[in-house]
Design a protein around this ligand. Structure first.
Ligand SMILES: Nc1ncnc2c1ncn2[C@@H]1O[C@H](COP(=O)(O)OP(=O)(O)O)[C@@H](O)[C@H]1O
Ligand SMILES: [Mg+2]
Length: 371
């Protein structure tokens, strides 16, 4: 017998929510419960500062639901914000339907593009480590490699030759380092000539987005194709983006390109979450001295001029390059290192913007419970 939503809510009613008193289903912290065959997904919104402390609550919720008849797997996640469903659609309405109306992906809370005006600035490296940084903050994260011309996710994660499985007509993302990954590179032979034209690129990206079983995600990071042409513009319009992170090197030329990138997203009303300066400075491995190879700091000044947040500076280092090119991104290879911290900080800043000023007052407001 298939498990029902009601049964799940009843089981969760035995557990106190984040305040330690109010039953979880009434606490306002519980997301929609999504049931897919024998699998049950839900998330619990908690104050990110208390995420570690709330791990017990998450586990208890999973265990209670796992005991129910007909349940094969339970995926409970902690998220850093209040579930949209608490304010929006009535809880009884299936999540899938609400989301489809908005053109969004079912189960995916935020889609964030990582973009650059031109190639070679370290966009993919930044996207991968940024996604890992978000995961390190306790979020469920996916990474979609939408760079049809030069997919890099298979190489970045050491997954050459990996092939995604098919389930219910959908591609199953490949799980690695705590991320769900999808890339055209998993589907097309690397050596096969790829002569894509504009419309084909669009349909390929749409497929990678829609025909993939992303499951429940807090953030889906999209490594966008480089440039600001029609393809990118259309893509930015088609994908329901929560915002864009622009990667730039400090060189002037790259900055001009970065400005174009910012302008492109502004044209289609996609918020700019901020600018990252990559290859910002070089720390000599021998003498430890910092060298500003490319007149560093340009991106920060430029971000200020454009009125968009500056998210951080990533140095040019061997460790980052070796990690990227060797299938072990730096956040995985050296999770306690200085570079991993830079990416986590960038992730934290973006997350704060995604949760946004709109979410903050809602969290602070006292809740009135009527019995
Ligand atoms: N901060 C960095 N320090 C050193 N090497 C980097 C850094 N960022 C990127 N790279 C290297 O630069 C090259 C291009 O990076 P990549 O992320 O593929 O750029 P893009 O996606 O913009 O084309 C790769 O070899 C990568 O390892
Ligand atoms: Mg790339």
């Amino acid at each position: 017998m298939a498990v029902t939503r009601q049964a799940v809510l009843e089981a969760l009613g035995d557990i106190a929510g984040p305040d330690g008193v109010t039953p979880l289903p009434n606490s306002g912290a519980l997301s929609d419960v999504v049931i897919d065959g024998g699998k049950v997904y839900f998330s619990i919104a908690v104050d990110p500062a208390r995420a570690e402390e709330m791990e017990g609550l998450r586990k208890a919720a999973e265990i209670h639901v796992a005991d129910l008849d007909g349940v094969e797997a339970v995926i409970a996640t902690l998220t850093a914000e209040r579930p949209a469903s608490a304010a929006a659609a009535p809880a009884a309405q299936p999540a899938r339907k609400t989301n489809e109306n908005q053109g969004a992906l079912p189960g995916v809370r935020h889609i964030v593009a990582v973009a650059s005006g031109k190639g070679g600035v370290g966009k993919s490296t930044t996207a991968a480590n940024f996604a890992l940084g978000l995961a390190a903050l306790g979020l469920k994260v996916g990474l979609l490699d939408a760079d049809i011309f030069g997919p890099s996710v298979p190489k970045l994660f050491g997954l050459g030759g990996a092939q995604p499985a098919l389930r219910d007509q959908k591609l199953v993302p490949i799980e690695k380092d705590g991320l769900r990954l999808m890339s055209i590179g998993f589907l097309v032979d690397e050596d096969a000539p790829m002569i894509w034209r504009g419309p084909m690129v669009m349909s390929a990206v749409t497929q990678l987005l829609r025909d993939v079983d992303w499951g429940v995600l807090d953030v889906l990071v999209v490594d966008m194709p480089p440039g600001t042409g029609d393809t990118q513009l259309t893509l930015a319009q088609q994908v329901p983006l929560a915002g864009a992170v622009i990667v730039s090197t400090p060189q002037d030329l790259a900055l001009i390109d970065a400005r174009r990138g910012v302008a492109m997203f502004q044209k289609v009303d996609v918020p700019i979450l901020g600018v990252v300066e990559n290859m910002s400075y070089f720390v000599c491995p021998n003498c430890g001295t910092r060298h500003d190879v490319f007149a560093h700091g340009g991106a920060r000044a430029e971000a200020e001029k454009l009125g968009v947040p500056f998210l951080g500076e990533i140095p040019l280092t061997m460790a980052i390059r070796e990690g990227s090119d060797g299938g072990r991104p730096i956040v995985v290879a050296e999770p306690d290192g200085v570079h991993a911290k830079i990416y986590r900080d960038i992730a934290g800043k973006v997350l704060a913007t995604l949760d946004g000023p709109a979410a903050a007052p809602a969290r602070a407001r006292p809740r009135i419970v009527m019995e």
